[in-house]
Design a protein around this ligand. Structure first.
Ligand code: G3P
Ligand code: CA
Length: 254
């Protein structure tokens, strides 16, 4: 809509920092999101789950074991309990004291400064999570297509639900290699096109035909997770619209 506040032209190559700049700072923490801003990524990606008492928190695994000093399922913690955990030390002592962020603090801190790609992680474990995320966006007037917010999931039903709730928010469908070992069919793409704006596959699923077919259907493709220059170059060669990477320095390739 010609809104001058939009930082990046719609057709520019998107450099998306995976779980923040997670090659440089502990994933899904404010430190990793700050680093993504500092490195001038276009977006950072984050993973959302829900606590026992219904708060939206930013963490990748369904347990806290790998990335904090605690143990157990995210869904068995209250917000107060989960906020006590140290989500930084596992990555390096200088990150001691990083907390598991809440979605609302991340939206408040970064909206308008960088794009945010919100992944609903295992939403079938958290009935009603689509509505809660939708409400967080609506409260902040972030439910418009030019606000540089994208919502994605591997769970296609969840994304259809989200699209019904907030039809103006761009949707991404994540596609894993393990569930699609023979590639992504035209039939699948036609179905995605009924509600999605982005198809975000494992980079190993990407070839020129896939990119062309996605573009023919009016969608974009930003594959994950690019970890080296050679893969980043291959993605550009195939014509993708951006990459999701732990190392935003790789995303300035185009
Ligand atoms: O954004 C794509 C990527 O985050 C999907 O995989 O496991 O890192 O959440 P995962
Ligand atoms: Ca993710």
């Amino acid at each position: 809509d010609g809104n001058a506040s939009v930082a990046h032209a719609e057709d520019s190559f998107l450099n998306i920092a995976h779980r923040g700049a997670s090659g440089h700072a502990p994933e899904n923490t404010l430190a990793a999101f700050d680093k993504a801003v500092e490195m001038k990524a276009d977006y950072f990606e984050l993973d959302v789950q829900m606590t026992k008492d219904g708060h939206l928190v930013v963490i990748h695994d369904t347990t806290v074991d790998r990335t904090t000093n605690g143990t157990g399922n995210v869904k068995d913690y209250t917000l107060k309990e989960i906020r006590q955990l140290d989500a930084g030390s596992w990555f390096g002592p200088e990150f001691k004291g990083e907390r598991i962020p809440t979605l609302d603090e991340v939206l408040d801190k970064y909206q308008g400064k960088i794009g945010i790609l919100i992944e609903l992680k295992q939403p079938s474990l958290y009935p009603g999570i689509e509505k809660k995320v939708a409400n967080e966006l609506k409260e902040r007037n972030l439910h418009k297509s030019h606000k540089n917010i994208i919502v994605q999931s591997f769970d296609q039903n969840s994304m259809k639900t989200f699209h019904r709730l907030l039809p103006q928010v761009p949707i991404g469908v994540l596609v894993s290699l393990s569930e699609n070992p023979d590639g992504i069919s035209k039939q699948q793409l036609l179905e995605f096109a009924t509600y999605a704006d982005y198809v975000n596959p494992n980079h190993k699923l990407v070839d020129k035909d896939l990119v062309d077919n996605i573009h023919l259907l009016g969608m974009k493709i930003t594959p994950y997770t690019i970890l080296d220059k050679q893969t980043a170059e291959a993605m550009v060669y195939n014509g993708v619209d951006g990459i999701i990477t732990d190392y935003p320095e790789l995303g300035f390739i185009k």
